[in-house]
Design a protein around this ligand. Structure first.
Ligand SMILES: NC(=O)C1=CN([C@@H]2O[C@H](COP(=O)(O)OP(=O)(O)OC[C@H]3O[C@@H](n4cnc5c(N)ncnc54)[C@H](OP(=O)(O)O)[C@@H]3O)[C@@H](O)[C@H]2O)C=CC1
Ligand SMILES: CC(=O)N[C@@H](CCC(=O)OP(=O)(O)O)C(=O)O
Length: 335
């Protein structure tokens, strides 16, 4: 049995983390906090939890956290997390961090897309939390950097191809659509109901910070530099990401062989399913699954990957990582 703290519990990923942990047979939520300066009953923040979780949201006290928790799920925004994580690690508590603060190994890339980093030392020990690729390293990690939601879907769709040299690495195109919860609970311009309802629009054109994150993982998988052209869109639905990935083949592979490649690669993975038919966000909503459909189209390779941005893209993947770090069956709480 482990005790778990959730920091940033008043947001979307905080709520989904609670939902998952309430079903977890080996984990108990013992400490929940946000930027609050006063004690808040959890049902005043998330009415959905009334009668289901007997715990108040408390002002953060690092010593109190360390006295009550073995692992912290840190659901804080980018740029904020790096001032909390070192304080938690220092007190011997393991961390799964949801932000981008420990994902990028190249500090200059982090600082180009975010801000100057205040905790570069801990980047060195952080393990990128995509279990399908880094399971062995996650087992012994004290700090896991949970991947971005767009990079989770696109990387799972690309890696079987990159590992086996099937695609040209000079330009891989990732075209993704996300639901509105991807933007967090703060009201951003394009997420205002009349702007988004029955609408879809591209954003972050040529500037989105997930492009370099995808390039880091794709390049590690390929063993050489991979250039990713990433274009996100936001659409009129609550949760889910669909990524369509376009690649030029580097060697011949039939549609049947492509399917066999993906089926073989993910045969033992509990959270990746391969389909010979289109995948969709509704089929993965509220699950930790990634559904993938690889296809040959006009001589090119096109891979479609669907996840729930809040589950496999955030809280579910974090619990999967927490399970691996704790020596548990990694599916606990997630099936
Ligand atoms: N939403 C998604 O689909 C995904 C999100 N992520 C990442 O997960 C993290 C959380 O995202 P999400 O839940 O959507 O975000 P939300 O905006 O919904 O919630 C943010 C949380 O952080 C707390 N917080 C904000 N600023 C501070 C601060 N200065 N000090 C202490 N607490 C603070 C908020 O508390 P308060 O209510 O007190 O302000 C709230 O609990 C982010 O890093 C995000 O990038 C990753 C993958 C997918
Ligand atoms: C729809 C939407 O706005 N999505 C967010 C990405 C989700 C997220 O929280 O970013 P990380 O995965 O890096 O943590 C965005 O594009 O900024």
């Amino acid at each position: 049995m482990i005790n778990v703290a959730i920091i940033g519990v008043t947001g979307y990923t905080g709520l989904d983390s609670i939902e998952i942990l309430l079903r977890h047979p080996q984990a108990e939520i013992t400490y929940i906090t946000s930027s609050t300066k006063e004690v808040l009953p959890i049902e005043s923040v998330h009415p959905k939890l009334a009668g289901r979780l007997k715990l108040d949201v408390e002002p953060l006290d690092f010593d109190e956290l360390a006295s009550r928790a073995d692992v912290a799920l840190c659901c804080l925004p980018h740029k904020v997390s790096m001032s909390y994580v070192p304080e938690i690690l220092k007190r011997g508590v393991k961390v799964v961090d949801f932000s981008a603060d420990y994902r990028l190994k190249d500090l200059s890339i982090y600082e180009k897309y975010y801000v100057p980093h205040t905790d570069p030392e801990n980047i060195k020990q952080a393990v990128y939390g995509l279990p399908e690729l880094y399971r062995e390293q996650i087992k012994t990690a004290s700090l896991v950097a949970n991947p971005g939601c767009f990079p989770t879907s696109s990387t799972l769709g690309l890696v079987p191809l990159l590992r086996n040299g099937y695609v040209e690495t000079d330009t891989v195109i990732v075209n993704s659509v996300s639901g509105a919860t991807g933007a967090g609970k703060k009201l951003a311009d394009g997420v205002h109901f009349p702007n988004l309802n029955e609408n879809i629009r591209p954003y972050g054109i040529a500037t989105h910070r997930h492009g370099p994150e995808m390039e880091q993982i794709a390049s590690e998988a390929a063993g050489k530099e991979v250039s990713v052209l990433f274009q996100p869109h936001i659409g009129s639905f609550d949760r889910g990401i669909l990524s369509s990935i376009y690649c030029r083949p580097a060697k011949e592979i039939s549609a049947q062989e492509l399917l066999e490649l993906f089926n073989g690669f993910y045969a033992d993975e509990p959270f990746v399913q391969v389909f010979d038919s289109p995948v969709s966000v509704k089929d993965v909503a509220n699950t930790n699954q990634c559904h993938i459909h690889p296809a040959r189209v006009k001589g090119q390779i096109v891979v479609f990957a669907a996840i729930d941005n809040l589950v496999k893209g955030a809280s579910g993947q974090a619990v999967q990582n927490m399970n691996i770090m704790s020596g548990f069956d990694e599916t606990l709480g997630l099936k």
